[in-house]
Design a protein around this ligand. Sequence first.
Ligand SMILES: NC(=O)C1=CN([C@@H]2O[C@H](COP(=O)(O)OP(=O)(O)OC[C@H]3O[C@@H](n4cnc5c(N)ncnc54)[C@H](O)[C@@H]3O)[C@@H](O)[C@H]2O)C=CC1
Ligand SMILES: CC(=O)[C@H](N)C(=O)O
Length: 373
Amino acid sequence: MPIVRNLGRAASQLLQSSGCGCGVSLVPVRAIGVSPRQVASDASFHSVTFSESDHPRVLITGGLGQLGVGLAKLLRKRFGKNNVILSDIRKPADNVFYSGPFIFADILDYKNLREIVVNNRITWLFHYSALLSAVGEANVPLARAVNITGLHNILDIAAEHNLRLFVPSTIGAFGPTSPRDPTPDLCIQRPRTIYGVSKVHAELMGEYYHCRYGLDFRCLRYPGIISADSQPGGGTTDYAVQIFHDAIKTGKFKCYLRPDTRLPMMYIDDCLKATLEVMDAPAEALTMRTYNISAMSFTPEELAQEVQKYVPELQMTYNVDQVRQAIADSWPMNFDDSNARRDWGWKHDYDLPELVTTMFSYLGSDSRIAQAN
Ligand SMILES: NC(=O)C1=CN([C@@H]2O[C@H](COP(=O)(O)OP(=O)(O)OC[C@H]3O[C@@H](n4cnc5c(N)ncnc54)[C@H](O)[C@@H]3O)[C@@H](O)[C@H]2O)C=CC1
Ligand SMILES: CC(=O)[C@H](N)C(=O)O
């Protein structure tokens, strides 16, 4: 009994010893080839080289997907080309390769990741590698490895090297038992996809490492992201990108979701702006470490009506894919992002009409595009 009581006292001291209700004391370090061990958080090998007056040295993982190249462009404008390293396991296109530093980085290779962080004196890490909702369901073992094991590698390296770490979460981190209209930051999260499960895991692990080891973990739950110059990587919201390309090329679009399926969406510039803003925010402003962000919410039918202002002859048909429909039916319809707006001043720039105008102006004028507006 005394042992149990002492353990209980030690645990409660630990849980009460910092502002977030947890004790910041130890950093997990994996010695290469040895099982994980723990050392004091002020151990001398910590590479805390980033002072507030310096630019951060940035690594982006999974950078060749829909969002990474745009993020690199934004960060390079701000911090300088050579301070932002893009990485992935795929071969970059010429324009990406010649636009700034690119390296191979497999997030499942812990030793290689650690070398990259050390050799390049990385201070900020944006962890974009993931398998998205639809491709995740098609290959659960790979999604589990990339989204969960990969995240563990990133968390340990970030904690060990005192990095500021951004990990995106998603509307997919909610499920059928979550309130869907609107969905607040804190509510039931029981997603039914491996993607969603892995993202809830990422949110909780990041917050745990923040409380337990002092890791500067920051996380935004992105809505479906819409971009003109990059293709989505196999999600449920991809239709809202493809419709623009098909409308311009063929004047026809076959949608795999029902016309009334409402989902939160966002233009890529807003998404990247929010990402940089939350990374820039002073730690004292953040009352949470995982925030919803929102801009608009629409159905395929509503998007088609807006697109038809530019391509009036667009023929929209529906061929429902049961897997993606079931996923969409379990996701939020509207996102409550009032905490992000209050804590760090989040404000979106693009609503639905603005988004559609911008997409068409990027994708170029075509003989099909009427001057209807
Ligand atoms: N695009 C969207 O609508 C949304 C994206 N997000 C999140 O934002 C992040 C970026 O998303 P996207 O760019 O759209 O994803 P994406 O699927 O387009 O790109 C993911 C990248 O990860 C890379 N990758 C896969 N396995 C890897 C490995 N073992 N090591 C290193 N890289 C690996 C892929 O090669 C790919 O380039 C993801 O974490 C995603 O969950 C969240 C919500 C919405
Ligand atoms: C919303 C997301 O996370 C992604 N676009 C997907 O549909 O899987």
